[in-house]
Design a protein around this ligand. Structure first.
Ligand code: 5GP
Ligand code: ZN
Length: 111
């Protein structure tokens, strides 16, 4: 999608601090981190959010979490994964993304 910032990041047209890439997925550091480790994992294909994603794509996205979390040293103490959807979900970038947060204790419930 031509005016989508995450499509541009996935295509290498906008710089990002990449930490993982494969044929279907890229992962990069969030520019406004909410934890010592804050990574965004996105499909290369443009899909707005969970409501527009099929099960296979969601499986692909979540399937990367374990490996990427391990690469960031989060396996032992754990981490949080978040997917914001739509207005009430607080989604601001309308290209499906999974937040991987770690490196500190995460309060619950979220605000
Ligand atoms: P959302 O609120 O849509 O779930 O999260 C969007 C996230 O994308 C936010 O945490 C925000 O800091 C991050 N973000 C927005 N624009 C950019 C960008 O250009 N580069 C990177 N690396 N992260 C971005
Ligand atoms: Zn996009």
């Amino acid at each position: 999608m031509s005016d989508c910032i995450f499509c541009k990041i996935a295509a290498g047209e906008i710089p990002a601090n990449f930490i993982y890439q494969d044929d279907e997925v890229v992962a990069f550091k969030d520019t406004n981190p909410q934890a010592p480790v804050h990574i965004l994992i996105i499909p290369k294909k443009h899909v707005a959010n969970i409501l527009e994603a099929d099960e296979a794509l969601l499986g692909t996205l979540f399937g990367k979490v374990k490996k990427i979390a391990a690469s960031q040293g989060l396996s032992e103490k754990g981490f949080r994964t978040v997917v914001n959807t739509g207005d009430d979900g607080g989604q601001t970038v309308h290209h499906l993304h999974l937040h991987l947060l770690g490196g500190r204790f995460m309060q619950w419930p979220p605000g």
